[in-house]
Design a protein around this ligand. Sequence first.
Ligand SMILES: *Cc1c(COP(=O)(O)O)cnc(C)c1O
Length: 378
Amino acid sequence: MNADCIPFNKPYMTGRELLHIAQAHADGHLSGDGVFTKKCHAWLETYTGAHKALLTHSCTAALEMSAILADIQPGDEVIMPSYTFVSTANAFTLRGGVPVFVDIRPDTLCIDETLIEAAITSRTRVIVPVHYAGVACEMDVIMDIAGRYNLLVIEDAAQGIMSDYKGKPLGSIGHMGAYSFHETKNIISGEGGALLINDERFAERAEIIREKGTNRGQFFRGQVDKYTWVDIGSSYLPGEVIAAFLWAQMEEAQDITQRRIHIWQRYHEALATLECAGKLRRPVIPEGCEHNAHMYYVLLESLDKRTEVINQLKSRGVNSVFHYVPLHSAPAGKMFGRTSGELPHTANLSDRLLRLPLWVGLDEAQDLVISELQNALA
Ligand SMILES: *Cc1c(COP(=O)(O)O)cnc(C)c1O
């Protein structure tokens, strides 16, 4: 990569991260659940309306906690899209759960809600909607199915912070929701995540699981007089240095989102002509969905075309990427999961999807990305 390359991602920092980290350092509280963690929890609870928010080391860790809270037993089935990141499935596989992969909608690339009911068996326990690119799954339908079959809904909202579905923040609609603050996401702390507990039945146990299976939280609140091992658990809480960094990002979350939306809109307008000419398809945002501009992707005509475009862009100094290898076709997906029905859209769209650079500060470089893409598709 040469020095003038336009990177695919560049973590944005507000400038206040080090200030807050210096404060944590001065306070001398470096383990978890100090002042900055509490600020982040309060912010998340206010913004989402969740009963309880808990910072974790990653979205992966939040999903692992949710699988324990859902009491997944070996052989229990968890319905999810195949077109998603590994952790969506792995968190449940770790408990002996069986991912059951269903196809995605061709418009949003989110789980096709009309295929969920056919995937339900007597072993089904959970549905995991993944809000791809920060655009909501059809949550009304999914919550209705879950209610009728007595299933839990755990939202993989890794990409969904600051997005809404019919006015409700993503992550706050299911029984639980998981956010990621990985540096490739919108609001970041390097590695980081949060679990939202929307159904208060899970709140007490969530605290215990996050604190190595102890009732430490209750002890510090004076609710119990000794602190001991009461359940399974692990160490899922980040230290205060991470929380201090994250707090700087949360303070500017609105502004960061607006700046991303501005860049997203610019791509969307500039690429309309290529869509009319049949050269690509742009993202679709259904009515009722307010998205957070997590990602700008285009769908090209074929895998060969995508490979050609990536190489051409690269030769012109523009880094573009694709994802995911569908989980049902990955080695571990075949070993630990199964499919429900055919997955034609998953197979087809994952071959044709191309992600363009989208980061706060892209500014004029975006013109180059657009013109190089136009050249590559001319
Ligand atoms: C990024 C991502 C994750 C994992 O997030 P980490 O914080 O890196 O663990 C899980 N699911 C989806 C859909 C993601 O995009």
